[in-house]
Design a protein around this ligand. Structure first.
Ligand SMILES: Cc1cc2nc3c(=O)[nH]c(=O)nc-3n(C[C@H](O)[C@H](O)[C@H](O)COP(=O)(O)O)c2cc1C
Length: 326
């Protein structure tokens, strides 16, 4: 069966698999180091802690790792494309250091790329055959990492991770620079949030519903604290955006997050917090019930009421308005 597959079709299919990018490194003799760019990394086992990388069987790195008995896997961040390019260049030789690339050492002494997203410091567990590649299995003796955007490889090129948060980041900076007004924020909210709630009722996953539930539970505990309640109230709206399954809407709501928070925070009172929270609970209830029309209608009323508060009340003076039936 496999003999009938055109290798080009195989390669085309394999290119459609998006991966992260790592550098696998080891020591060579007493004074030198060597490394190779590798996307075939996988975490294999928890007990014992094992990882694998697949290396072309002719790779010199395999010989060096056989000799040293250790290697490190450094997961690259989005800013480390040049690092990836360096370690995928052929014809390099072991050298005392990597030119322009700082390294650190953990337990085994294999070099770990400075500023990488995460690393696995390994002792050799075993070498397994895999066609024209060799699967290097490592027993992890030290691991660590920081947060940040990963470097991705897909369809033969380096890619950026685009999630709603990152879409929103760029848009937020642009909006801030453009000096968008409170009125514009409220008009945007009135225009898109009812549709967002409607879509959320259709598309929300179990994970989205759990996230919305947690945000409301947290908000309930900080009703007396205007800043914290506002942050969680706005987070609820952003999470509804994510639950809509529409990244353009989610990115826009994320972008509005900080400006909206600043706009609403100084006007919030305990009573307003309570009313907003009640609306949020009922909106979530409709989303959970898959009632798209109900979610839309409640969100329309909610954003209209919030807008009325902002327009009628002078910015500096938080005033309690009488409670009204939501
Ligand atoms: C993004 C990317 C991922 C790669 N992944 C692997 C891999 O998983 N295994 C492998 O053997 N080579 C991989 N390569 C190719 C090696 O990095 C490259 O051939 C390198 O020069 C091999 O070093 P060598 O000269 O010691 O064999 C990859 C290259 C790139 C650009």
């Amino acid at each position: 069966m496999s003999d009938q597959v055109d290798p080009n079709h195989f390669k085309q299919a394999a290119r459609r698999f998006a991966s992260g990018v790592t550098v696998v490194t080891t020591t060579v003799g007493a004074d030198a180091v060597y490394g190779v760019t590798v996307s075939s990394f996988a975490s294999l086992s928890i007990n014992p802690l094992l990882v694998t990388v697949s290396l072309a069987s002719y790779s010199r790195l395999l010989d060096y790792v056989r000799e040293s008995g250790r290697f490190a896997v450094s997961v690259l961040g989005s800013e480390q494309q040049t690092v990836s390019r360096f370690f995928s260049t052929q014809g390099r030789d072991p050298s005392p250091g990597f030119p322009g690339i700082a390294v650190a050492r953990a337990v085994t002494g294999a070099p770990i790329i400075h500023d990488c997203l995460s690393y696995f410091d390994c002792e050799v567990h075993e070498f397994l055959p895999g066609g024209d590649h060799t699967i290097l299995v490592g027993r992890v003796v030290s691991a660590g990492g920081t947060s940040g955007a990963p470097l991705l490889y897909y369809d033969g090129g380096y890619r950026e991770l685009t999630d709603p948060r990152r879409l929103g980041d760029g848009l937020a900076v642009q909006m801030h620079l453009a000096g968008i007004t409170g009125r514009e924020i409220l008009d945007a909210q009135a225009a898109i949030e009812p549709a967002t709630a409607e879509l959320a009722a259709v598309n929300a996953t179990a994970e989205d519903l759990a996230r919305l539930t947690v945000i409301l539970a947290q908000a309930e505990d900080v009703m007396h604290d205007a800043a914290r309640f506002t942050a969680l109230g706005v987070a609820f709206h952003v999470a509804v955006g994510e639950a809509s399954g529409n990244r353009a809407l989610a990115g826009t709501l994320e972008a509005l997050r900080l400006e909206k928070q600043a706009l609403l925070e100084r006007r919030n009172t305990v009573e307003r917090a309570r009313r907003a929270h009640h609306f949020h609970e009922r909106i979530l209830d409709r989303i959970r019930a898959r009632d798209a029309g109900g979610a839309r209608e409640l969100m329309t009323r909610h954003v209209r009421k919030v807008a009325a508060q902002v327009v009628e009340v002078p910015a500096e003076v938080p005033i309690d308005v009488p409670a009204e039936a939501p």
